[in-house]
Design a protein around this ligand. Structure first.
Ligand code: FES
Length: 109
């Protein structure tokens, strides 16, 4: 089992779709920032895993990132937040409180 598994939503939807998507909110920049950091720090070889994924729930709050094993959901992630998430959550098990989704996010469909 990986130390941490980072899931980055890269879901897109047709223009005008009522749910919108993380693609609408430039999730590609988040995905790329994680890729760059994983590459430069060689995190794959240190027990971390990075996966791009389809919708993980709160589309209107994106770009969204979900980290296991804790099941911490980050919403509205910006490229500059990626280093913080890695430095604090992945390295030191300290979730980034200001980016955490509100609890009700888990009941969204
Ligand atoms: S499209 Fe990213 S959470 Fe739904």
């Amino acid at each position: 089992m990986p130390k941490k598994h980072v899931l980055v939503c890269v879901q897109g939807r047709p223009q005008g779709h009522p749910r919108g998507s993380c693609q609408d909110k430039d999730c590609n920049a988040i995905w790329q920032a994680f890729l760059d950091e994983f590459q430069s720090r060689n995190l794959w070889l240190s027990g971390f895993k990075l996966t791009n994924t389809g919708c993980i729930g709160p589309c209107s709050m994106g770009p969204n990132v979900l980290i296991y094993p804790e099941g911490v959901m980050y919403v509205g992630v910006q490229p500059a937040d990626v280093v913080t998430i890695i430095d604090e959550h992945l390295m030191f098990d300290q979730p980034v409180e200001r980016l955490k989704a509100p609890p009700e996010v888990w009941s969204m469909t």
